[in-house]
Design a protein around this ligand. Structure first.
Ligand SMILES: NC(=O)c1ccc[n+]([C@@H]2O[C@H](COP(=O)([O-])OP(=O)(O)OC[C@H]3O[C@@H](n4cnc5c(N)ncnc54)[C@H](OP(=O)(O)O)[C@@H]3O)[C@@H](O)[C@H]2O)c1
Length: 318
């Protein structure tokens, strides 16, 4: 056991489960599975322990679409006086591209943006003190944000750039499930780059990763059955021979390695694909957009000085 603690969100299935399993079994990490559904989370714990009885895995409830749940999660985690060395923001939701009606959460945030970006934004900020402390002690704490190639509108017909003045796609005729997903995944990258700069010198690294194309997960479960079937057969079974798709295990391992391997120690502010730093979309390097998104996110997430949150205080040194 390494004595290092990692939180993986959305760890009851898919890539998150495989990331958690790998970090517990192969990496010797003490893994907190942060899951929305307690029963599914328990099943995941059971499965990991069945294969590796000595694995250190615990379950904590977290619904990223709820700001209250995010705050409760952090309060519960902090009350346990646990250390935190790594945070993997993996959980996400994707509506169907034919879904043309925005669904607001209780906090009145569009559900895709709430789950994939605003929840993780708040979670990360509320856990920053713990990560900075861990970096002080060990010289290495990490944040890994799982994003997607679909953050790039140039690769998606009918999808446009992020309009900060229409951040939640409330303007008439602008909402689609795919546009919301694209925007949220772009925000994961903008956030990673901005936070990496803010945390420069603290020992906390921030990177994002596109785990590839993994048709065997349930991410596309809201797409039509025909589309899902086609994608599964064509992409998974045929294109896998040509290495265009990956299994959940392969993707989870990639995420786990970025979160734990010495190979990536010291790397920060990068976008990873297939284990190497690559260029993300042109839009993701727009610094003005980055700052605007940061400011609007703070407002939506309700972050303020009461949370000990102060942009300037992030520039501490190891
Ligand atoms: N699959 C791909 O081809 C692909 C490609 C590129 C990037 N990615 C990224 O990889 C990550 C994992 O996706 P996946 O393919 O493994 O999808 P998945 O099988 O659908 O798993 C998504 C996970 O997120 C959790 N989740 C959803 N809403 C949540 C909420 N409100 N609060 C907490 N957890 C929530 C789910 O929990 P429940 O079981 O409770 O729903 C589940 O554990 C995502 O960030 C996705 O964007 C996937």
């Amino acid at each position: 056991m390494t004595g290092r603690v990692v939180i993986v969100t959305g760890a009851d299935r898919g890539i998150g489960y495989e990331t958690a399993r790998y970090m517990a079994a192969e990496g010797g990490y003490d893994v907190v599975l942060a899951c929305r559904d307690q029963e599914k989370g328990q099943n995941a714990i059971h499965q990991i322990k069945k294969d590796n009885p000595s694995a250190l895995v615990t379950l904590m409830q977290l619904d990223l679409s709820s700001l209250t749940s995010v705050r409760d999660f952090v309060t519960n985690f902090t009350m346990k006086k646990r250390k935190l060395h790594v945070l993997v923001n993996n959980a996400a939701v994707k509506l169907s591209s034919t879904d043309l009606t925005a669904k607001p959460t209780r906090d009145q945030i569009e559900v895709t943006m709430a789950t994939n970006y605003i929840g993780p934004f708040l979670l990360t900020h509320l856990l920053l003190d713990l990560l900075v402390t861990a970096a002080h002690m060990t010289g290495d704490a990490r944040i890994v944000n799982v994003t997607c190639a679909e953050h790039d509108h140039e690769k998606l017909p009918g999808v446009t750039e992020l309009d900060v003045d229409n951040f939640q796609l409330t303007k008439k005729g602008t909402f689609s499930g795919l546009q919301a997903y694209k925007n949220s995944k772009l925000c994961n990258i903008l956030f990673s780059y901005q936070l990496a700069d803010s945390l420069s010198g603290t020992g906390v690294s921030v990177n994002c990763i596109n785990p590839g194309n993994i048709p065997s997960t349930q991410l596309e479960s809201r797409s039509s059955k025909v589309k899902r079937g086609l994608k599964l057969v064509c992409l998974h079974y045929l294109l896998r021979c040509a290495k265009f798709t990956q299994t959940k295990k392969q993707a989870g391992k990639q995420v786990a390695l970025l979160a734990s391997s010495d190979k990536y120690k010291g790397s920060t502010g990068c976008y990873y694909e297939d284990g190497v730093a690559e260029r993300s979309s042109i839009e993701s390097y727009d610094r003005e957009l980055r700052q605007k998104v940061w400011n609007i996110s703070k407002k939506i997430a309700g972050l303020g000085r009461d949370d000990g949150f102060d942009d300037i205080s992030l520039h501490s040194t190891v």
